[in-house]
Design a protein around this ligand. Sequence first.
Ligand code: ARG
Length: 578
Amino acid sequence: MVVLGERCAAALSKALGPEWARADPLLRVAEQPRFGDYQANAAMGLGRALGRPSREVAAAVAASLELDGICAPPEVAGPGFINLRLEDGWLATQAGALLGDERLGVAPDPAPETIVVEYSAPNLAKELHVGHLRSTVIGDALARLLGFLGHHVIRRNHVGDWGTPFGMLIEHLRDLGDRDAVTAMSLGDFTVFYRQARAKFDSDPAFADRARARVVALQGGDPATLALWRLLVDQSRRYFDAAYRRLGVLLTDAEIQGESTYNPLLGEVVAELEARGLTTVSDGALCVFPPGFSGRDGQPLPVMVRKRDGGYGYDTTDLAALRHRVRDLGADRLVYVVGAPQALHFQLLFAVARQAGWLADPRPAAEHVVVGSVLGEDSRILRTRAGRSVTLASLLDEAVERASAIVAARGDLDPAARAEVAHAVGIGAVKYADLAGDRAKDYVFSFDRMLAMDGNTGPYLQYAIARIRSILHRAEVDPASLAGAAIRLGTPDERALALTLLRFDGAVRTAASLREPHRLCTYLFDLAQKFTAFYQRCPVLKAQPAGLRDSRLALCDLSARVLTQGLALLGIQALERM
Ligand code: ARG
C-alpha cells in the first residue's frame, strides 16, 4: 500500500532525522489479524544501527506516524513491531475507487525503463520439448508484468540458428538430394531429421568432415549454403510460431533474433575488446580473463572470443547481442530468462561486458533470471518411457485431452465451446503449474495436481472467475452501473476481501521487481479463497437493502476483474463459463 510506505518514510525522518527518510520501513502484510493489517518491522534493525532499544525506536516512529483517517492509532508490540490497522471507512473508499479504475489500483512505475527480456531461445531444427517450457512461460509472464507497469519491454528470442550443428544438418539435407525434403517434412519430423544427421555425423568420418567444411561455408556466406540454411530456418520459424500461438505466448517472428543476427558484428566486437586491451592469446585462441573467476584447478577462467581456427562461438555471439541491446536498442536493463546450468556463462559474460564498459552501475544492468527444470515423478528430468525428452506438443495434447474429460460433463455447452474451454483449461493448467512455484527451483510435473479443481491451480482460478461471472449474470445488473456503488464493509469477510483486492498493486509490483511470477499466483489464490469465504457467509443476490446488494455485487465484480487481470499478466486465459 503506497500511502503507508510514504507515511512511514515521513515518520522515520521526523522521529530519527532526515537521513533516515529513505530507510526501508519493512512494511509487511500482517500474518495474523491480531497484528493488524500491516506491520512495519524496521525498528529492530534501526535500534541496532542507532544503539538504542528497538522498542523505544518503534515508539518514537509510531508517535510520528500521521495516519489520521487511514489507520487506527498504531500499536507497538514485542521487540518493536509497529502494527497498523486500516480504518474501515478508508478501506471502503479505497476499494470503491478501484471500481472506476481500469488498472485496478496498479499505478505505472514512475521511472519506466527500456528492458530487453530474452526468453524461450530454443535451438532451431529441433522440436520444442519440455525443457523449453519454463523459460518460455516464465519469460512471457515477466514481459507482460513489466509492460503492464509501464516499462518499454523489448522481447527477444535468441534462437540457436548458427554454429556447428548447422553444418551437419545442411549436409544431411544435401544428401537427401531434394530441397523439398524440408518443406515436405511435417513439423514434428525435426526430431527424426536431426537424429539422422547426428547419427551420420557420429558414425561416418567423411560426413563429419563435410559437415565441418559446410560450417565454414555457412559462416563465410556461401550463397548456396545460405539458401539451404534459410530453408531450415523458415521451416523452424513456422513451427515455433504455431507452438507459441497454441501456448498463448507473445513471442512472434519479429522477435526472433537468433545467433546468426549477430554474425556481421562479431569482428568489430572482438576488435573493440582488443582495443581496450582486455584480450590475451591463450593456446592460439583469443580470450578475455575477467578478474575474480577461477576454475577448480585455481586457473583463471577464460571467455573465448575467437577460436584458434579464427571462428567465433556462443560467447562472442552473446557479447555481440548484449552490446547491440545496450547500444542500438538503448536498453537500461537486460533480463535473460535461462536455465540454471548457464549461470556461470552469464556471470562471465556480464563480467566481460562490464570490463568493456557496455554494462555499468546502476545501468545498463543485466540479470540472469534463473529457471529450474521440469522433473518427472521420479524426481529426474522428465522423459518418455523410452528415455527421450518429452515434446511440448505431446505434453500439451495430453493436458488438453484430460481437460476435455473434465469439461465433457457440461451438457449445456455446445461442442465448439467445450473444445475452447478444454483448450484454455489444459494449457492454462500447464502454464500455471510452471509459474506457481519458485522459479529457480525444479518442480515435479503432475497432470493430476495441475488439473485439480481445488488448490493453487489454473483451473481453480479459472473456475472462480466463471463462478463470479455467473453470479453477476444472475443478478442482472450492468457492471457499469456498479461503478459508483458505495462499498460497505460490515462483516469480517467483506473487510478481508476488500483488503485483499487492494493488495493487487503490491502483488504485481513484487512479482515484477523480484522477477517472481509465483508471488502473483500466491496472491490470486489467496484472493480466490477470500472470495469463497465471503460468498459462503455473505448473501449477495438476496442481500437487503439494495445498497448492500450493490456493494456486494461490486465486490464480486472487482474480484472477477482482479483475477482476470492477474491471470492475463501470467498469460493465462480467463473464462466466462466453465
Ligand atoms: N539456445 C540456448 C540453449 O538452448 C539458450 C540461449 C540462452 N540465451 C543466451 N543469450 N545465451 O541452450
